[in-house]
Ligand binder design. Structure first.
Ligand code: MN
Length: 325
């Protein structure tokens, strides 16, 4: 693992940077990439933001979002790549960065030191906190644009300051961002009150399929549901949170059918079950309270496999609690 000073040295000694994050970007991915672009430019560098899936609709109002490109990257035109929020290079889904000098900045529990420089702090509530540390170490002034991007990232990655990663430090961060010019009202209107109608129609389908047993709930949407509601992949972001919002439910799963009878699964936990560990079993990853994986269908089989893992983890946590561990 490298120090922040080593990250800074790597950035100072190279001029032209690609900044990227994972495919299917969330608020932390978009906000951190944009903030990092602004910060590197303030350091006198050339910095271009790339997201292989583009910027989701609700984040397009963020400063600099219109400049984000989808790739591929012409590697000969750059000296390095900053990869945010990815546990491996492939997670970015971006061609042309494979041979570039790489800096990995991440806050996932499931991480590998796959880059030339690795700065991973799993206790951080969002990758944006680490980007903020970088700005401070570099002596870059937090402009209203940077503050808006970083605030949005932390707001969304903590589930609006609800997940177990939320601490006094998170609010201190939010305080600093608002003082630096982020407007919480404008951000909330863009992120929470600007959903496409297709997302709400898809939510209706998902909720109609909601089931629960014991402390576990799950719901699913099929490709046919996606088509008939006119929903896109990005409309699925955050739907899993609805399944965990039931009294007595400790863990939840949201299944979305993707092509070839495969399912993208989002897992959520209220804290007793570590869903990052469960995602790992199936080759996915994420955080203790929010993670994701891809699994083969048919639906009944995929559902049963994930539910068995969730039940097992839940029983183990109950056993540990009753044993006073
Ligand atoms: Mn994140």
């Amino acid at each position: 693992m490298n120090t922040l000073a080593e990250v800074l040295n790597a950035m100072r000694s190279r001029q032209r940077w690609v900044i990227t994050s994972h495919a299917g970007p969330d608020g932390d991915a978009v906000g951190s990439v944009l903030a990092c672009v602004h910060i590197l430019r303030a350091m006198g560098k050339q910095a271009d933001g790339f997201l292989s899936d583009g910027v989701p609709f609700i984040y397009r109002g963020l400063p600099g979002a219109a400049e984000i490109r989808v790739g591929p990257v012409d590697g000969s035109r750059y000296d390095g790549v900053v990869i945010l929020e990815c546990d491996c290079l492939e997670r970015a889904g971006l061609k042309g960065i494979e041979k570039l000098f790489s800096v990995n900045i991440d806050h996932h529990d499931t991480f590998l030191e796959y880059a030339d420089v690795n700065y991973v702090v799993s206790s951080a509530a969002a990758a944006a906190e680490l980007v903020y540390n970088l700005a401070q170490a570099a002596g870059v002034v937090i402009t209203p644009d940077i503050a808006t991007c970083l605030y949005t990232a932390v707001l969304t990655d903590t589930g609006s300051f609800c997940y177990s990663t939320t601490s006094a430090q998170t609010f201190a961060f939010a305080h600093d961002m608002v003082q630096a010019g982020a407007d919480p009202v404008t951000v909330a209107q863009q992120v929470y009150f600007s959903n496409p109608a297709s997302k709400m129609r898809l939510l209706g389908r998902a909720l109609a399929n909601l089931e629960h047993e014991g402390a576990i709930s799950w719901m699913h949407v099929s490709e046919a549901d996606m088509r008939s509601t006119g929903a896109t992949e990005q409309d699925c972001e955050g739907l899993a949170n609805w399944a965990i919002g039931i009294e007595g439910i400790e863990a939840a799963a949201f299944f979305r059918e993707i092509s070839g009878s495969r399912y993208r699964v989002s897992l959520r936990s209220k804290g007793r079950v570590d869903v990052a560990r469960i995602a790992e079993i199936f080759g996915g990853g994420g955080h203790k309270c929010a993670s994701g994986l891809t699994i083969s269908g048919p639906f009944e089989l995929a559902r049963d496999r994930v539910l068995i893992a969730l039940r097992h983890a839940l029983e183990l946590s109950e056993f540990k609690e009753s044993a006073g561990a």
